[in-house]
Design a protein around this ligand. Structure first.
Ligand SMILES: [Zn+2]
Ligand SMILES: [Zn+2]
Length: 342
């Protein structure tokens, strides 16, 4: 019998056998190869945000191979390698029809409101699948559905970063790919900030020109020094802390744009006088749309994007507790941790 990882607020995580239900006529059965472990999974398990289903199979990053399709599915067939698109809109409301599935009022995201990728076999609608890029392995493809597409959605949302001076605050899985995509999409200067000084080499490998160790230096002062006193044009915040949000906003020069993307649910003081006088703008971006993912897969193929440095750890699903311990402890240098279901 297949196995899956189950989380409930009462009992925490466990691994259990389950039966894959009968496949509906418009369903696709995917044999999951890999599932990525994201900071938001940990935020939800810690109760900072609540899952919409309890118990739930967590996991919103995933890739796998189509095992079977329902009789009405003609867009995928057995053997196709696919990425799971966890942003599951209703498919029929105005937002969904305009391609803004992440604004859908009745969305039920895989891994948050319905069972996610941390299982050996997953039933998914074809609207929530995208073929893997031809140049990526199943393992690398698994992180495309959150860690890579989240900053891509934000970069598209602000109209690109061409010729901009860009700051990325927080170099976890999402932040590192914000560096990589900013470099690839034409940013003039790319600066990475993290409180873990061990991230320096990783930052350069992902395209940063400069790295600021926020445990040793005041990041805002350093940003001004590195940008000859003018501040940055665009900042991306992927930590979810008051300090990181402060850094992202205060590092902006005139007309700068701050993109807030780290999950955070506490009040943050903002310096309104500089916000107004310098005409700064603050945007929130979360998740992505299906078209972002389709377009990103093409970009990865066209530009031969290599994600081999993106995954630092692979654990078997039976070792999920070790994976979470590593995520929390940071005993090693972590970029992305993925869980192997193959
Ligand atoms: Zn995620
Ligand atoms: Zn909808």
């Amino acid at each position: 019998m297949p196995e899956r990882i189950i989380f409930s607020y009462g009992e925490g995580l466990r691994i259990e056998d389950y039966e894959v239900g009968e496949l509906g006529s418009n369903d696709v059965l995917v044999k999951i190869g890999f599932g990525g472990l994201c900071a938001s999974d940990i935020h939800y398990m810690d109760g900072e945000f609540r899952y919409g289903l309890d118990p739930i199979v967590p996991g919103h990053e995933g890739s796998g191979v189509v095992e079977a399709v329902g009789e009405d599915v003609d867009t995928f067939s057995r053997g196709d390698q696919v990425i799971i698109d966890y942003v599951s809109g209703c498919g029929s409301c105005l937002e969904c029809r305009l391609g803004r599935e992440n604004w859908c009022e009745s969305s039920e995201y895989y891994g948050f409101e319905r069972d996610g990728t941390f299982q050996e076999y997953m039933v998914v609608t074809p609207r929530n699948l995208v073929r893997t890029p031809r140049n990526l392995s199943l393992k690398e493809s698994c992180i495309v559905g959150c860690a890579v597409v989240t900053p891509y959605h934000a970069i598209r949302g602000i109209g690109g970063v061409w010729d901009r001076v860009v700051l990325v605050v927080g170099l976890g899985g999402v932040g590192l790919h914000a560096l990589l995509l900013s470099r690839l999409l034409g940013a003039r200067i790319v600066i990475g900030v993290d409180i873990d000084g061990r991230k320096e080499d990783l930052a350069y490998r992902f395209g940063a020109d400069y790295f600021i160790d926020a445990s040793k230096f005041d990041p805002v002062e350093e940003v001004y020094r590195l940008s000859d006193g003018s501040g940055v044009d665009v900042s991306f915040e992927y930590v979810g802390s008051a300090d990181a949000i402060y850094t992202a906003i205060e590092s902006l020069g005139n007309g700068g744009v701050a993109v807030l993307g780290g999950l955070f649910n506490k009040p943050v003081p903002i310096n309104f006088s500089s916000l107004i006088s310098d005409e700064k703008r603050i945007f929130g971006f979360e998740d992505h749309n299906h078209y972002d993912l389709v377009s990103l897969v093409s970009l990865i193929e066209d530009r031969h994007i290599n994600l081999s440095s993106s995954i630092s750890h692979v654990y078997r699903y039976s070792e999920v507790y070790d994976a979470i311990d590593m995520f929390r402890s940071r005993n090693d240098l972590v970029s992305r941790i993925v869980i192997d279901f193959g």
